[in-house]
Structures are given as structure tokens and as C-alpha cells.
Design a protein around this ligand. Structure first.
Ligand SMILES: Cc1cc2nc3c(=O)[nH]c(=O)nc-3n(C[C@H](O)[C@H](O)[C@H](O)COP(=O)(O)OP(=O)(O)OC[C@H]3O[C@@H](n4cnc5c(N)ncnc54)[C@H](O)[C@@H]3O)c2cc1C
Length: 416
């Protein structure tokens, strides 16, 4: 048994703590906030999107990005910063915007997604988190507005003989999801993937934390910011420093989302993470509303819709504006316009709660897992747009590595 410290009480840190306990280790989780899941895991899109994993970096994205920047309601914003971190990330991102690179990354992420789905089922069976996490598996429908874009994707789907995805006409999209009736005329078609799920990430984190706290080998420390690492023999990391004291450890797992950058830099490890700011709206659903039951992604507008319990969660936008979680009223008004036009009767948008979060993104869209060259320090960072989806797999992988065993999946493209 090792004593492990996990830094970060977001969905990645919490699932990592669970996976380490399951393997017989003792775990102390340090979270700088007064509660868990107050960062990117707070009000994200809630989609468990195991099969729709293609990274943002793809051929044609730089050209599309220019169009998006000129559109006042476009999904992208860019504010140049006088910081090398932004520019070096952008250069690396552009290098990843090539078809073959995207296809290789997508294959890896598909394997990670499939593993994660199975790992989540195991966690559900063992942790029994109950109904509060609002888990449903209604499948996911990605709708396309541009015929050329849809034709390209539909041809790929139709070529996959026996694949699970289905290419649907606009009429079939409405038959599957009647809430799309008001938008049918604007649609070119949709791709439906059965089995994809949605859940409340924040409620999941709270329920898992409660379960962890009941475990005899777990200590949860809130309001405990890790300020740096304890130095062990030979330059190893031997624990963490917090204002309340030192926490010695045999292994430290860095799972502090975007803030992992600064901590890793303290021991000479450069993490290629940059915040991709996104927004969400959480709107109550009342008697007369007709929310989508299927989880929907509006491809060109880059907006996700998921019914989570009695609320509609809408998540959108990719703003490269630095570490800034302020709510921009212009962006929220733009999101409200798009949402009201697409699903006018789905929820009470006047009473929607807005939120902004920072996706801890790597240039290629894949998380960074495992060793980092500093003995005793392990990484579980960089989950970007799909951290809820991938967290179950990445927790298992990192816990296996910390236990001295091989990763259950090849780490090619998933390590530093
Ligand atoms: C708008 C939006 C929509 C999204 N939609 C989806 C979706 O539909 N599906 C999906 O799978 N993913 C989605 N994501 C992505 C997902 O939310 C993130 O990838 C995931 O939450 C990252 O989890 P994390 O634990 O790494 O980071 P976080 O949730 O940010 O957690 C990091 C934690 O570390 C703590 N911390 C930081 N520094 C320290 C320190 N020094 N000491 C101690 N604690 C520290 C922070 O307080 C925080 O609690 C979305 C993200 C956004 C922004």
C-alpha cells in the first residue's frame, strides 16, 4: 500500500482518488476550494460522449476559425495575450490541424472513450451513487446545418458497415427528437449514436466525494491549496506543501486541471495546457416545456444540449481569452439568441443560470497521463472538452501506473 496525495477536487481528482483506493492505497485529496467541483467540473455540458471524441484540431479548422471570428454570434473568440503560453499553445494547435494527425488522435480517444464507458459502469456498480447524478443514456444526435459538411460525415458513417452510428435525414432527426421540429427546415441531417449518456457532473462529484469520505483509507482536505512539493532523495517528489502543513506521500497525482501548469512548472515540468473558456446555461423545465430528450450537439454552432433532471443544460463556445472566468454579457446574449431559435419551447430561458468555465486543453485534444520525469509525481491533466467523459478511464490508467503495473491502454499520444 502506498500513501498517495491527489491534488485537485474536480472530476479528474475525485475519480483518481477512487481508483487508487480500489487498488488498496491510502489517499489524501487536497482541494484549494471550500467544496469539490468548483472549477471546470461545476456546470459543464454533462455529456458522456464516449464515441464522439474527435479533437478540435483538424484540417480546415484554421480557415473555419477565421469565419467564426468574423461572426458576432460565432463559437470562437480570440484575445491576443502578451504571454508566450498562449502563442506556443496556438502554434502547437495549428500543427495538429492536419487530417492524418486528427485521425490518429481520434482513434486513441475512441479507445479511451470505450474504456471509460466500461470503467464508469464498474464505478457505478461499486460506488452506487444513486439517482442524484441524473444519469440517462438517451443517445446523442449531432445535427448539421451545412449540406456539404453533413454529406462528408454521412458518407463516412454509411461506409462503416455494421457501425453503431446512423445518418439521419432532417425528417428522421425530428422523428427521433420531436423538440427539433422548429429547426427542421434549417437542418441538413444528423448523426445519431445510441448509448451515449448524460449526467450531472457536479452532482456526480459531490456524491463521489461523500462516498470517498466514508472510506477508512481516505482523507479529504478542503481549503487546502497545494503550494509546492516536498523534495525527496534524488530530486523525487515526496509530498505536498499546504498552508496548513506538509502532507508526505509515496506518490503525488497532479489533477488540478488548468492550475496543474503552475505546480508542475515548480519542478521544471512544462505542461502544454491552455484555457479554452466555455459558457453554459442551466434553464428550468416546467410543465408546458418540450425539452430534447436525446442529447443534441449543434455541429456548426458548437452548442450542446442535455436534459439533466428537470433542467436543460446548454454548453457552448471556445474563447481563447486567458485565465478569465468572468461572464461576458455579449457572449451570453449571443448564446441565448441561438438557443431560443433552435429549441424555442424547451425550457424557461428567462430564468437560466449562466456559468463560465475553463477547459484545461492540450493542443492535440488528448489528456496527459502518467510519469513526467520527476520520480514520485504523476500526471492526470489536460482533459479539455471531454474531462467528464474520459475521467473514469484516465483515473484507472493513472492508478495502475502508480501501483507499478502497465497501463491498460497504450500511452502513445497520451503522455508528456
Ligand atoms: C462549457 C464547458 C462544457 C463542457 N462540457 C463537457 C461535456 O459535456 N462532457 C465532458 O466530458 N466534458 C465537458 N467539459 C470539460 C470538463 O468539464 C473538464 O474537462 C473537466 O471538468 C476537467 O476536470 P479537472 O478535474 O481536470 O479540472 P477542474 O474541474 O477544474 O478541477 C481542478 C480542481 O483543482 C483545484 N486546484 C487547483 N489548483 C489547486 C492547488 N494548487 N491545490 C489544490 N487544489 C487545486 C481546483 O480548485 C479545482 O477544484 C466542459 C467544459 C466546459 C468549460
Amino acid at each position: 500500500m502506498k500513501h498517495c496525495v491527489v491534488i485537485g477536487g474536480g472530476v479528474v481528482g475525485l475519480t483518481t482518488a477512487w481508483a487508487l483506493l480500489e487498488r488498496g492505497h491510502a489517499v489524501t485529496l487536497v482541494e484549494r476550494g471550500g467544496a469539490v467541483a468548483q472549477g471546470a467540473s461545476r456546470a459543464n455540458g454533462g455529456q458522456l460522449s464516449y464515441r464522439y471524441v474527435s479533437p478540435l484540431a483538424d484540417a480546415g479548422v484554421p480557415q473555419k476559425a477565421l469565419r467564426w471570428l468574423l461572426d458576432p454570434d460565432g463559437p470562437l473568440r480570440f484575445k491576443p495575450e502578451a504571454r508566450w503560453a498562449q502563442w506556443s499553445w496556438l502554434i502547437a494547435f495549428l500543427r495538429n490541424c492536419r487530417g492524418p494527425v486528427n485521425r490518429r488522435a481520434t482513434e486513441r480517444l475512441l479507445a479511451l472513450g470505450a474504456y471509460s464507458q466500461a470503467a464508469f459502469a464498474r464505478l457505478q456498480a461499486e460506488a452506487a451513487l444513486g439517482d442524484s447524478i441524473a444519469l440517462r443514456a438517451p443517445g446523442k444526435l449531432v445535427v448539421y446545418r451545412q449540406p456539404a459538411e453533413f454529406a462528408r460525415v454521412a458518407a463516412r458513417v454509411r461506409a462503416q458497415d455494421g457501425g453503431v452510428e446512423q445518418a439521419l435525414s432532417p425528417r428522421d432527426c425530428v422523428a427521433l427528437e420531436p423538440a427539433l421540429a422548429d429547426t427542421e427546415a434549417a437542418l441538413a441531417g444528423g448523426i445519431f449514436t445510441p448509448g451515449e449518456a448524460v449526467a450531472d457532473c457536479h452532482a456526480f462529484c459531490q456524491a463521489l466525494f461523500a462516498r470517498l469520505q466514508a472510506h477508512p483509507r481516505f482523507t479529504g482536505r478542503l481549503d487546502a491549496q497545494a503550494d509546492g512539493f516536498l523534495a525527496g532523495p534524488g530530486g523525487a517528489v515526496a509530498g505536498v506543501r499546504t498552508p496548513a502543513g506538509e502532507v508526505p506521500a509515496d506518490a503525488v497525482v497532479l489533477a488540478a486541471g488548468l492550475h496543474s501548469r503552475a505546480l508542475a512548472a515548480g519542478v521544471g515540468v512544462a505542461l502544454p495546457l491552455y484555457p479554452l473558456k466555455g459558457y453554459s446555461l442551466t434553464a428550468p423545465i416546467a410543465g408546458g416545456h418540450r425539452p430534447p430528450e436525446v442529447s443534441v450537439t449543434d455541429f456548426e454552432k458548437k452548442i450542446l444540449y442535455a436534459r439533466i433532471g428537470n433542467e436543460l443544460r446548454v454548453a457552448a463556445m471556445v474563447d481563447l481569452v486567458g485565465d478569465d472566468t468572468r461572464l461576458d454579457t455579449g457572449r451570453l446574449a449571443s448564446l441565448q439568441r441561438s438557443v431560443r431559435a433552435t429549441f424555442p419551447h424547451a425550457a424557461d430561458y428567462d430564468r437560466a443560470t449562466p456559468w463560465a468555465g475553463l477547459r484545461p486543453a492540450t493542443p492535440g485534444g488528448a489528456p496527459i497521463l502518467g510519469a513526467c520525469g520527476v520520480p514520485g509525481l504523476w500526471l492526470n491533466v489536460g482533459h479539455g472538452a471531454l474531462g467528464f467523459t474520459f475521467s473514469f478511464a484516465t483515473a484507472d490508467i493513472v492508478a495502475e501506473l502508480v501501483s507499478g503495473r502497465a497501463s491498460p491502454l497504450p500511452l502513445d499520444g497520451l503522455s508528456l
